[in-house]
Design a protein around this ligand. Structure first.
Ligand SMILES: CC(C)(COP(=O)(O)OP(=O)(O)OC[C@H]1O[C@@H](n2cnc3c(N)ncnc32)[C@H](O)[C@@H]1OP(=O)(O)O)[C@@H](O)C(=O)NCCC(=O)NCCS
Length: 205
């Protein structure tokens, strides 16, 4: 886990040490807390989003699921990235990442946790050799991280979406140039508990 950061510019003024946080890899024991945080931050409609159709039944991209965790171990924020095909160019799929959901505990909104998660996620995606990140979100928030709708004009989500909210950050120059079509999942399927146990049984047979 990384160095603890302060969610507040003047942390010394706050007695609650739990408001220090660290960004690190999402841990298996945080799964339930993450679901609860997403419900609190985004409400029950969160599973009906077009992005969810891409994430459903898939694993996040290798090494690209992150948590913001308080000093007392509580979850303060979450972000994941997913392997996608960002349409195609000259008949070949264009590989990219889909970012989301990004969410911060509503009680801590506006204290820099979202920005810290975004900067960490972008840096790690670049370090791992990915060439572009796509997301659906408010341009008024994501522009500060370099996202804009210019490179996604010929792309579409597999469901209803507002084109002004389909944004991309190209980590490699012009990676999405000429890419067109419907964004599709490209990550490994998530195994159900039943399928996992069958696989384990097959391994030992
Ligand atoms: C959006 C979200 C992740 C931002 O995280 P955060 O930790 O609150 O944000 P930060 O502290 O990094 O940044 C705060 C700044 O972003 C702005 N901001 C937050 N959400 C915004 C939005 N939807 N549109 C425009 N600006 C926004 C705030 O006004 C604030 O502006 P300021 O720096 O000028 O004061 C968080 O508010 C959240 O979880 N929202 C609910 C879930 C959601 O909508 N997720 C995004 C879609 S996947």
């Amino acid at each position: 886990m990384g160095v603890f950061m302060s969610a507040f510019p003047h942390a010394a003024a706050f007695e609650n040490a739990a408001r220090l946080f660290a960004i690190g890899a999402e841990q298996p024991h945080q799964i339930d807390a993450r679901e609860a945080l997403l419900d609190r931050a985004m409400g029950p409609g969160r599973t009906r989003k077009s992005s969810e159709a891409i994430r459903q039944g898939r694993l996040p991209a290798e090494g690209l699921a992150f948590s913001a965790t308080a000093g007392d171990g509580s979850l303060m924020g979450t972000v994941r990235l997913w392997n996608i095909e960002a349409g195609a160019r000259d008949g070949s799929p264009v590989p990219a990442l889909l970012l989301g959901p990004l969410a911060v505990d509503p009680q801590l909104a506006g204290t820099g946790i979202g920005a810290a998660l975004m900067r960490h996620a972008i840096a790690e995606a670049a370090r791992l050799g990915h060439d572009a990140i796509v997301l659906v979100g408010d341009p008024e928030y994501y522009a500060r991280f370099g996202f804009c709708a210019d490179a996604t004009a010929a792309l579409a989500m597999p469901g209803p979406f507002e084109s002004r909210r389909l944004l991309a950050l190209e980590l490699a120059p012009d990676h999405l140039r000429g890419a067109s079509g419907i964004i599709a999942p490209a990550g490994p399927p998530a195994l159900t508990a039943q399928a996992s146990s069958q696989l384990l049984l097959a391994d030992v047979a």
